[in-house]
Design a binder for this molecule. Structure first.
Ligand code: FES
Ligand code: FES
Length: 127
C-alpha cells in the first residue's frame, strides 16, 4: 500500500520527536496503545501559565501512519488551549494525511494520546 506524500514527509522528517524531563508539572503525558496492532504512542504537552500549549513531543513505536499522525498532532496543538486541543478529531488527521481505511486507527491513537495528555495535565492541576 502506498503512503501519501504527507505521511512520507512526516515519517521521514518527524517533528517534535523526544520527551520532556520528568518532574516538571507543566507537562502532561499521554500513553496509549492500539489494540488493533499493538503499537504504542507517547505524547507530551508543555503548558504555559496562560493555559496555552507551548510545546509538544512524541515517541511512537508503530507504523508510518502512526508516526505521521503523532508528528502532525504535535504541530497542531502548539499555540492551542487545552480545550482547543481536545477538539482535534482523528478525522481531521486522517483527512490531512489522506489515510486509507485500514490506517484510520493510527489517527485515533493520536487523538486518544492528546486527550490522555490533557487529562494527565488537568489531574496534576486540579483543573
Ligand atoms: Fe502496527 Fe502498523 S500494524 S506498525
Ligand atoms: Fe497500528 Fe498504524 S498504529 S497500523
Amino acid at each position: 500500500m502506498a503512503y501519501s506524500e504527507k505521511v512520507l514527509d512526516h515519517y521521514e522528517n518527524p517533528r517534535n520527536v523526544g520527551s520532556f524531563e520528568k518532574g516538571d508539572d507543566s507537562i502532561g503525558t499521554g500513553m496509549v496503545g492500539a489494540p488493533a496492532c499493538g503499537d504504542v504512542m507517547k505524547l507530551q504537552i508543555k503548558v504555559g501559565v496562560d493555559g496555552v500549549i507551548e510545546d509538544a513531543k512524541f515517541k511512537t513505536y508503530g507504523c508510518g501512519s502512526a508516526i505521521a499522525s503523532s508528528s502532525l498532532i504535535t504541530e497542531w496543538v502548539k499555540g492551542k488551549t487545552l480545550d482547543e486541543a481536545l477538539a482535534i478529531k482523528n478525522t481531521h488527521i486522517a483527512e490531512e494525511l489522506a489515510l486509507p481505511p485500514v490506517k484510520i486507527h493510527c489517527s485515533i491513537l493520536a487523538e486518544d494520546a492528546i486527550k490522555a495528555a490533557v487529562e494527565d495535565y488537568k489531574k496534576k492541576h486540579d483543573a
